[in-house]
Write a protein that binds this ligand. Structure first.
Ligand SMILES: *[C@@H]1O[C@H](CO)[C@@H](O)[C@H](O)[C@H]1NC(C)=O
Ligand SMILES: *[C@@H]1O[C@H](CO)[C@@H](O)[C@H](O)[C@H]1NC(C)=O
Ligand SMILES: *[C@@H]1O[C@H](CO)[C@@H](O)[C@H](O)[C@H]1NC(C)=O
Ligand SMILES: *[C@@H]1O[C@H](CO)[C@@H](O)[C@H](O)[C@H]1NC(C)=O
Ligand SMILES: *[C@@H]1O[C@H](CO)[C@@H](O)[C@H](O)[C@H]1NC(C)=O
Length: 460
């Protein structure tokens, strides 16, 4: 055989291998069978790793190049981290709903699918009401790992020296899941530096971390008001949700009227909890496709929008107390630094709830879309920025970093879930601190918790 023919065969062979290798590279990362295809839509029941997928490979990975202070001279002088607790069990209320769904599936589901057979014969209802929203082991790990990553991202601030020196302050909501998250964050650091000789305090402060329980106007006008969430109720009765309920009923082989919107939500959370808590792609996830999950996500986002965010002004105003607390820490750090003293509170770690973070993010103007989320504009909101799945997974965190860049040039950088954000209207992702204060001047001069939260507001 002429040598040229061998060459052609050889080249053909190499090319074929090359092509098939290339296909493998493209296909494999998309189809991780351990991750439900709907995992990106779990809203506040979502896993932190879905927001930062590089963490699936390496849970301690950080990317310092996301921090781009304007010059090499910039030094961090203060850092506040406001963190949501880690992965938790469902609350008693949700366990009840999940139990009802489970009973229905056991007694009435007649469809023939292997995943349904698996639920009926192998899966056991292991959630109990006494779990009551407690932090799970995954939640302990969420906070330990976050602590280690933040110490790698800000080695001069979250350091052994600063911790031992008492320059890192911990504040938490009184809820057990938050206290345990705070303990886990501290354990992440003490285990990292092998500190065994000292323990570090934390303060419990519900006025700051659970302000929503103390804001009368919010409680009366929104939280305990049956008509405040009409948009949510209407969406749940609307065509998109009805279709999801019918598809669930078809997949189970039960009459349509047995799958209420509550049932659909319980099924969605069943898949979400199994994944968040145990990292399994449970058979319950087969009740939804991606289209259904997007509808469920919208329904939950809609509720958060009206109950905790832009829907009503008082939702964000209830966080005035946390807003002022944040800026007074920043101001204090600035004035200590300016007067040549060491900054006494270099780092503040505050642990709370999704309900703590969302009103504050709203007050600061983040994730504000041009139009309101309503029961009728699902289709036009597919590109919305208001997505609790990416804003508020377990262990969600807002970090504000104050830099001194020399010559009185102070900068403030906001990060959400370890990703840089920009303050409204600011081109520069790391604006001057004085410009940020100017931007929020109305809130800094007002936004008084007491007067905002009293039921009958004095005319302004
Ligand atoms: C780190 O972040 C920078 C800037 O956002 C980005 O360009 C780069 O690809 C990231 N590196 C890794 C390894 O993710
Ligand atoms: C939380 O912390 C307390 C005290 O350390 C402990 O008794 C409890 O089991 C912890 N775990 C959970 C999941 O709440
Ligand atoms: C409840 O909410 C509705 C809709 O926003 C509002 O019109 C009504 O005044 C609220 N009720 C109370 C008691 O504040
Ligand atoms: C909530 O509203 C109901 C009536 O709508 C009222 O009876 C109840 O006292 C209210 N609870 C609180 C805590 O305001
Ligand atoms: C302010 O902090 C920076 C960064 O740590 C430091 O270089 C500077 O000396 C401090 N300023 C004063 C007046 O201490």
């Amino acid at each position: 055989m002429p040598i040229i023919l061998w060459k052609i065969i050889f080249i053909y062979f190499i090319t074929t291998i090359g092509v098939s290798r290339c296909f493998c590279d493209i296909i494999i990362p998309e189809e991780n069978p351990k991750i439900p295809s709907i995992a990106k839509y779990f809203c506040t029941k979502g896993r932190y790793e879905e927001v930062n997928p590089y963490l699936i490979e390496d849970i301690l990975a950080v990317n310092r190049s996301i921090l781009q202070p304007p010059s090499k001279q910039c030094r961090e002088i203060h850092l506040t981290a406001i963190i949501r607790h880690g992965t938790r069990f469902p609350t008693a209320k949700n366990v009840k709903k999940m139990q009802k769904l489970y009973d229905l599936v056991m007694t009435s589901a007649s469809a023939k699918h292997s995943w349904l057979h698996e639920i009926q014969t192998q899966w056991t209802m292991w959630y109990t009401e006494d779990m009551d929203g407690r932090l799970v082991q995954k939640g302990v790990d969420d906070l330990k790992h976050l602590a280690i990553r933040l110490s790698k991202l800000f080695p001069s601030m979250i350091s052994e020296k600063k911790l031992r020196g008492g320059f890192i302050k911990f504040i938490t909501s009184s809820k057990h899941r938050c206290v345990n998250s705070t303990l886990s964050f501290k354990a992440g650091l003490t285990e990292l530096w092998d500190i065994k000789d000292v323990e570090f305090d934390h303060a419990v402060n519900d006025a700051l971390m659970r302000f929503f329980d103390l804001c009368t106007k919010f409680l009366v006008e929104v939280d305990n008001n049956s008509t405040a969430l009409t948009e949510v109720d209407k969406f749940k009765q609307g065509p998109e949700m009805k279709r999801v309920q019918q598809k669930i009923a078809d997949r189970l082989g039960v009459p349509y009227n047995l799958i209420s919107d509550d049932m659909a939500e319980a099924a969605f959370y069943m898949c979400a909890y199994e994944f968040a808590i145990k990292t399994v792609n449970s058979p319950w996830c087969q009740l939804f496709d991606v289209v259904d999950a997007q509808v469920m996500e919208y329904s939950i986002d809609l509720k958060q929008f009206w109950k905790r965010s832009y829907g009503y002004d008082i939702n964000s105003k209830s966080s005035c107390i946390l807003f002022h607390d944040l800026f007074s820490r920043l101001d204090k750090a600035v004035s200590e630094n300016m007067s040549g003293q060491q900054v006494t509170e270099a780092v503040t770690v505050q642990v709370g709830h999704a309900e703590t973070l969302l009103p504050l993010l709203t007050l600061l103007g983040f994730f504000k879309d041009s139009s309101t989320l309503t029961s009728t504009n699902y289709a036009s909101q597919t590109q919305r920025s208001f997505r609790t799945s990416s804003m508020l997974p377990y262990a969600a965190n807002l970090v504000l970093v104050l830099y001194d860049c020399g010559g009185g040039d102070l900068r403030l950088q906001p990060l959400l879930n370890e990703k840089p954000m920009t303050f409204l209207d600011q081109q520069d992702s790391i604006p001057r601190y004085q410009d940020v204060r100017e931007h929020y001047k109305d809130l800094l001069n007002g936004c008084d918790f007491e007067s905002e939260c009293q039921l009958f507001n004095k005319p302004r």
